[in-house]
Design a protein around this ligand. Structure first.
Ligand code: SF4
Length: 273
């Protein structure tokens, strides 16, 4: 059996490709604008408490070819692709050798390649930072150790991650630092207090990087709630007033189809709202 697209789910902005691997697992890639968000693993062992993709743990790593084939299959569907985001199912650093080889291939085609990562394991995080990438977003989601541990159970301590980040960023020009962000997924009554946001702002300013403030996509698997639009705007302005470069979830990331954390939802009989 060959790796193949078994289903495409569309809305007016995103296209979610369900792709079957040779051994019968299903992975997902999402296309929006000219970006393809690829998966690096079947399942995920980080098991973020808000994410449908990691709900069943890790099944296996994808091979380099399987990562690249997501791009080839999407091209065969006629999709225009200028950028690759390692932001689909899986923690790219936990399948590092295969992800690196796929990264080199994508770069050799002239594609822009960015990463979303929890920073685990840190040795690979260090290596990622020094690659010729086009963006690294460190998923922090809380500035307090205990809270972060409850949201991202299998990762390093915040202090370790930030120290590694700082050691790298200190060597970079202001222009280069624009490639780096802290990704922060806002969940109502979990990590949206002023205390969290103010400390987040201080960290981003000290590092000289931006914050990508993401809105949680509610799913009926989890009790987590998204912050209201008013709260979202308020926290955005609070960070901006501190002088932090901050971006909001773009409209592609808040979709039922292919929104952050929602991959696998369709096949788990769960609804994303
Ligand atoms: S958010 Fe990413 S790292 Fe966390 S469980 Fe989901 S796929 Fe894994």
């Amino acid at each position: 059996m060959m790796m193949e697209v078994v289903k495409i789910i569309n809305d007016d902005l995103n296209k979610l490709l369900e792709i079957k691997t040779d051994d019968g697992y299903t992975i997902e890639s999402v296309h929006y604008r000219k970006t393809l968000c690829v998966s690096s693993q079947v399942g995920c062992s980080i098991k973020c408490s808000f994410c449908a993709s990691g709900l069943n743990g890790l099944i296996r790593n994808l091979s380099t070819d399987e990562i690249i084939n997501q791009y080839i299959l999407a091209k065969e569907e006629g999709l225009e692709i200028e950028s690759i985001a390692f932001a689909g199912i899986g923690e790219p650093l936990l399948n590092w050798d295969n992800v690196k080889s796929a990264f080199e291939y994508f770069k050799s085609l002239g594609l822009s390649v960015s990463f979303y990562t929890t920073g685990f394991p840190i040795s690979n995080f260090k290596e990622l930072l020094s690659l010729n990438h086009d963006g690294v977003n460190l998923s922090l989601h809380s500035v307090f150790e205990e809270k972060r541990k409850s949201l991202i159970p299998n990762s390093h301590r915040i202090s370790q991650l930030l120290e590694t980040f700082k050691n790298h960023l200190d060597k970079l020009s202001k222009r280069k630092k624009k490639l780096y962000n802290i990704a922060y997924l806002l969940i109502a009554n979990e990590n949206d207090s002023y205390q969290e946001i103010d400390k987040l702002g201080d960290i981003a300013k000290e590092l000289g990087i931006g914050v990508s403030l993401l809105k949680y996509n509610e799913m009926d698997f989890f009790d987590y709630k998204s912050v209201s639009d008013e709260r979202y705007e308020e926290l955005f302005l609070r960070l901006r007033e501190k002088g932090v470069r901050v971006t909001l979830s773009n409209k592609y990331r808040t979709r039922k189809i292919g929104g952050c954390g929602t991959l696998m939802v369709n096949r788990l009989n769960c609804t994303a709202f």
